[in-house]
Design a protein around this ligand. Sequence first.
Ligand code: AMP
Length: 178
Amino acid sequence: MKKQIDLEIVKNSIRNIPDFPKPGIHFKDVSTSYQDGAIFSFIASRIFEHYKNSGITKVVGIESRGFILGSVLANKLNAGFIPIRKPGKLPAEIYSQSYQLEYGFDRLEIHQDALTADDVVLIHDDLLATGGTVGAAIDLVRKFGISHIYINFFVELDFLKGIDKIDPSVPSWSLIHF
Ligand code: AMP
């Protein structure tokens, strides 16, 4: 018999790892959600339902956990998939954007020929924490002159208020909230 999935089952499938990768961080391990075929399919279908009428032409996934659902969503939406990668990984001409971490800075990169100004872009990452990562991804997508940008997360950590750092004109939607 087919397993019936609901949002509570999805939420409970996310594994909590205390003090990873460093003390004080409560890591949400989404690999335990993706490893179950019925749960993985439910997550992708729910997010697809949310965006199916938005005219998305490109899904932009953030390295590396944003690649997993991001490529499934692109396929379901009949859109192209574009990777945003960590420094030094992309082989052709790139745009680069640095952003602030808790300590220091990091950088994200995208190929210069990945998008065009008329694209409707869905940026996807597995999780929204403080918002720095997706903020840099939005800045990269804007370098193409694109105005239609959506952002989506499988999981959002509401208590970190990452959403407050993001331009409110960019619609954001997350499937699961903690
Ligand atoms: P941030 O820039 O703070 O919003 O962090 C988002 C990125 O870091 C995402 O790509 C997540 O995969 C990862 N991340 C940050 N905090 C956590 C956490 N508590 N559990 C799992 N992943 C996290």
